[in-house]
Write a protein that binds this ligand. Sequence first.
Ligand code: A3D
Length: 328
Amino acid sequence: MRWSGIVHHDNAYFPRKKLTVVGSGNVGATAAFLAAYKELGDIVLLDVVEGVPQGKALDMYEASPILGYNANVIGTQDYADTANSDLVIITAGIARKPGMSRDDLLAINVKIVAEVTANIVEHSPQCIIIVVTNPLDAMVYTAKQVSGFSRKRIMGMAGVLDSSRMRTFIAQKLDVSISDVSALVLGGHGDTMVPLPRYSTVGGIPLPDMLSQEEIDEISQRTAQGGAEIVQLLKTGSAFYAPGAAVVEMAEAILKDKNRILPCAAWLEGEYGINNYFMGVPCKLGGGGMEGVIELDLNKAEKAAMQLSLKSVKALKEQVDALGGFGQ
Ligand code: A3D
């Protein structure tokens, strides 16, 4: 048997997309695995801990014959391996421990995210970045400042996860398929996030027609505390399956130019009366990245909730600015 003219992985004509995931911990590894499984492209997993991204990447590669996906997955400590990535997901940092708020993480993670962003931009100046590291609103702001990217190319993951949690609780309550439940959670990614029952539906039927106000309040409350609920159960870390799936949904929308409408932490330039802050809002995600923001006609109570959430986002931004120089 002889092969003729076959070059190993010659992808000059139809190159696969390249996706880098920084941080090969719980969220990063989950996201990398799901992205490989969905064949979003070749994947580079980077972490400061030697051996861990290499080991996890090899493990994922070895799962591919069983699961049937074609994706090269490599692990590394070297940013040179991430060169020319189309999309980069930043999960590097430390996760919340019980009793620790997202804000406690701020000072440590600003430094990490600033350093990671600088390295990413140096090697992939054209990439699109999705930040996952908490406190999300502060970290995505840090990454924007360090990268200097336009808002199309830098965004945070929060709303997809928070909305998914709300969808789960609605489906559970009504004993209906999650396929028929859509939900929308806006605002910052913290206790002041803004679940929007009026924009949530079950089989197209508005949620307020399906549940009492009391039941809706209960679901909104559980959604806002969704991260803490998992931390309390796990004790040694925070959620990662749903966060990993959420960021991959965003990555897929971009890498496959799907023009999805998903809630993301986007840099607002006047929308919702907010200027120069990241806030969770419905966005169009496609090949160009964050291609636009949808402005909803919020009622008085919803507007007030957004303003309250903005207050905590503002406080986080001030904390980051006060650190000065982004820890570099
Ligand atoms: P964890 O499992 O601890 O993984 C973090 C990884 O980052 C570890 O493997 C570290 O070695 C690595 N790391 C640390 N510093 C660096 C660095 N300078 N360069 C490269 N890698 C580094 O945490 P996790 O995966 O559970 O969570 C990761 C982050 O995501 C945390 O900040 C979480 O709070 C956050 N998170 C956010 C959401 C949102 O919805 C926004 C959800 C879940 C987790």
